[in-house]
Design a protein around this ligand. Sequence first.
Ligand code: ADP
Length: 543
Amino acid sequence: MSLVEVKNKKYPIIDDLKVPEDVIQSWQKNIDLLAKIVDVPAALIMRVHSNDIEVFLKSYSKGNVYKNGEKAMLDTGLYCETVMDSRSELLVPSATKDPDWDCNPDIELGMISYCGLPLIWPNGEIFGTICVLDVKENHYSKQYRDLLAQFQQSIQLSLQSIYNENELLNEKRRTRSYLDTVQNVLIALDCNGLITMVNPAGCRLLGYNKEELIGQSWFQMCLIQPDGMNKAYSVFLKIMSGNLESIDYTENTVVCKDDNYRFMAWHNSCLYDNDGKITGMLSSGEDISDRHEAEEALIAAHYEARRASKAKSDFLASMSHELRTPLNAILGFSQLLLLETKLDDCQQKNLQEVFNAGQHLLELINKILDLSKIEAGRIELLLEPVDIESLIIECMDMVHLLADENRISLINNGFEDIVIKSDRIQLKQVILNLLTNAIKYNKSQGSVTLGMELVNSEFIRIYIIDTGVGIPPKRISEIFNPFSRLGFKNSEIQGTGLGLTLTKQIIQELGGSLNVKSVEGTGSTFSVDFPMKLLLASNQEQA
Ligand code: ADP
């Protein structure tokens, strides 16, 4: 039941709030006593409604002409209406002598004197009046009027407790409807871990009805044993004894009635009594089983991928060892045979083919092994100060022969005197790969230019520009795929299609990035950016 404010013409009233039977009985005693003490035929408690006013309680006194439940329309010049309007006492000693009251309807009932006070709900709305009426002229002494005021106070106190109880009831109903609506599980435990409250969502999730859960041990009934009682319960007891203020967030698995498990995320808080003593715990739980399963599957997939990758690396490492031993024999013996002068030209040519193919195979094996090492995260970087200029000159020296063979000129654009912190061997491999490509995929009498520049305050760039065949812009991303050689698969230009895959990965491991710009038929620029903080760190180290 809620308070319905019925709009009275003059004032809002609470019309649907019932006065409990025990209160009515005590009021009855009051007005009977009042009538007796003041010695009048009628003492009344009146209650106002939207259009009329009702005799709510009449005193059982001699000569009382009023009946309980009797109603009179408003706006008819009633004594009580004036009291309610003015919210103050009305004293009419003799209506017949008073021109203001000589038409009062109560005169017809023989009631010619009146003294009344308003009765007001604690929220300020009118309940009605308490009044005494007499058949004769009556000036109602101050004593009697004080007594009437006392009764008024006592009735208003009752109204206050009726009102408050109703508010409390409404609050309870509201809370209950929140609990019912909420989709999260809400569970309250007492300080022994017994369930004192569970909302419908909790019942639905656990598969029990409320009666089955209330009073049961949460830890024994709904958690996996023995952890439920051993671990979770002892943590809970610590909280109850005030050792831990609260455990805001927990995750655990609950066991439902059908023996299914659900994985839950809980937000917990302690419950306190008025003295601040901990009386229990309130937990709001969300079923995160699906999310949890997905996470577990992801972790499992991750482990599986790592395991597979490790197995692959192990396989490749042992395979490459097994392959390299006979391959080295093939390479060694074919080299020896190449020194043999008795072979004719055709035999020499064939033998050279064997040697070249063997070398290609060796290169392939080595690169696959390097790649698998990086992919398995097994590359170990040895960071040390690396002088860029000397490293580049070293690389240029190493590819000089190849450049000469292909009639490519190598141009050094100049390098700043900068030392970076890097892995020398890996960095050298990066530059050698890019340099070799720039020569291999160049045109006869072309050039390869090497240089260095500061990109901004954070990055330094090493670039290699060639005047070669270039790469179609749409296919640039392909060149980093393993075994991708674009149009050079069956060409005379030797290669494995693994160089750039490896190069890009190494650069990433070194904290840098690789960029490519290319114009088909004109040439390409490969540039590698390294973060400057590495440089600063290494320069400081040097200092
Ligand atoms: P490989 O050189 O062994 O074929 P890479 O991974 O080093 O393998 O390069 C992949 C492909 O990218 C090459 O086959 C080539 O088609 C293309 N490419 C690489 N560098 C250049 C370059 N500087 N100019 C033109 N094309 C290039």
